[in-house]
Design a protein around this ligand. Structure first.
Ligand SMILES: Nc1ncnc2c1ncn2[C@@H]1O[C@H](COP(=O)(O)OP(=O)(O)OP(=O)(O)O)[C@@H](O)[C@H]1O
Ligand SMILES: [Mg+2]
Length: 375
């Protein structure tokens, strides 16, 4: 775990970081994001001691990094800078092996590791003897990433590593980073300007403005509950629709679904539906309160004796959703089963709410309308 405690930074008289406190969990990928000049690179460079805090402390795994030898510290921290920082007069092999050679690791080990790294970042061995200017920008970025992993560090710092790339190459490198991260479980601190990139790759996003942390949260929470106007603006109004999997049943269900106990008579159930102006009623067991069935007026219409309890005619093989199911899951269930309402049940089978056709349409239309106006 990396911990910033009340960290401030002044360059001469100018305060560029103001009392920053936050922690980065081991194995997480945390993205620092914010406008140009807000202090992202400064924050990043403090982790490997390229910049010293004016006040406050930074610890890694509980150890205050200011007490450690910087060279020793950096051995365990890979660093990828913008525009790769490859040495132009060295081949890809030499660039990749530079730190292991300085560390005087065994030759055979270095060669083996280099091949592994090339495979990890998806570059063919034949690139090893080329010079950086003989590689495309995306290929150079991959070498930059490979080099950061050369000593198998626990922590990797990446400062806008993909910013100079075209959207397609960038997308594929983002995906590869997420895959790689899930395999190797390094702690990665990644700087970007790009909210889509952040949402795609981050476990947590740290939104900074003018040297302060404005919100530090999961992508889902940042999208759903921006703490202020700055974050909303930064996130952009319709960003959630880039990640519809974050729109969940519990966010869009109505909570006062009309329900009745299974012993209620059909007459009474019908009255209840009429009063509430709904065309189905959810049936719960009187004792356990679990949902046991569903009744529609059409079914009741077929029955002569309306004094019988709803349990005699209710449908018991109904579809239901869990609170965390996404709108994409819900639409699929609605479509495949040709239904317009989906009850949302907790783990024990009790009713939490109901996703109705109306709630789905209202939610889906939010990407086009806001406050009744067309965006
Ligand atoms: N060595 C320095 N001396 C004086 N001021 C500096 C120094 N390094 C950075 N700054 C200032 O500190 C502030 C934060 O800089 P930093 O590089 O951390 O911003 P950033 O968020 O990474 O911006 P960008 O997105 O443009 O890379 C800026 O106002 C910058 O001008
Ligand atoms: Mg920067």
């Amino acid at each position: 775990m990396i911990e910033f405690k009340n960290v401030s930074k002044k360059f001469k008289d100018v305060t560029v970081l103001k009392d920053i406190t936050f922690e980065i969990e081991e194995g997480n990928l945390v993205v620092l994001i914010g406008l140009s000049g807000c202090g992202k690179t400064t924050t990043l460079k403090m982790i490997n001691r390229l910049i010293k805090p004016t006040t406050g402390t930074i610890t890694i795994s509980g150890e205050d990094i200011s007490t450690k030898d910087p060279i020793e510290l950096r051995r365990n921290i890979g660093y990828v800078i913008q525009q790769t920082g490859l040495f132009p007069h060295m081949t890809i092999r030499e660039n990749t092996e530079i730190i292991p050679r300085v560390e005087k690791l065994d030759n055979e080990k270095i060669t083996k590791k280099t091949l592994e790294l090339m495979e990890m970042v998806g570059l063919d061995e034949e690139f090893l003897d080329r010079y950086p200017n003989e590689l495309s920008g995306g290929q150079q970025q991959r070498v930059g990433v490979a080099r950061a992993f050369a000593l198998d560090p626990d922590v990797i710092l990446m400062d806008e590593p993909f910013s100079a790339l075209d959207p397609i190459t960038r997308n594929s490198l983002q995906e590869e980073l997420v895959n790689l991260q899930s395999k190797v479980k390094k702690t990665i601190v990644f700087v970007t300007h790009d909210m889509s990139e952040a949402i795609k790759i981050a476990d947590k996003i740290c939104i900074m403005d003018k040297g302060e942390i404005i919100q530090y949260d999961t992508p889902e929470n940042i999208l759903k509950n921006p703490v202020n106007e700055f974050v909303s603006q930064f996130v952009g109004k319709n960003r959630i629709w880039e990640s519809p999997e974050y729109i969940r049943a519990e966010d869009i269900m109505i909570e006062n679904a009309v329900s009745c106990v299974s012993t209620l008579s059909l007459n009474k159930a019908l009255d209840k539906m009429r009063d509430a102006k709904v065309n189905s009623i959810l049936v719960v067991d009187d004792k356990t309160k679990k949902m046991v069935g569903l009744v529609k007026p059409k079914q009741i219409a077929k029955v002569k004796d309306r004094t019988v309890p709803v349990k005699d005619i209710m449908v018991t093989d109904f579809q239901s959703a869990k609170p965390g199911d996404s709108i994409v899951d819900l639409l699929k269930v609605a479509d495949e089963n040709n239904i317009s309402e989906i009850p949302v049940l907790d783990e024990s089978g009790k009713i939490l709410g109901l996703v109705t056709q109306n709630s789905l349409i209202t939610t889906l239309s939010q990407q086009y309308f806001e406050d009744g106006e067309v965006l």
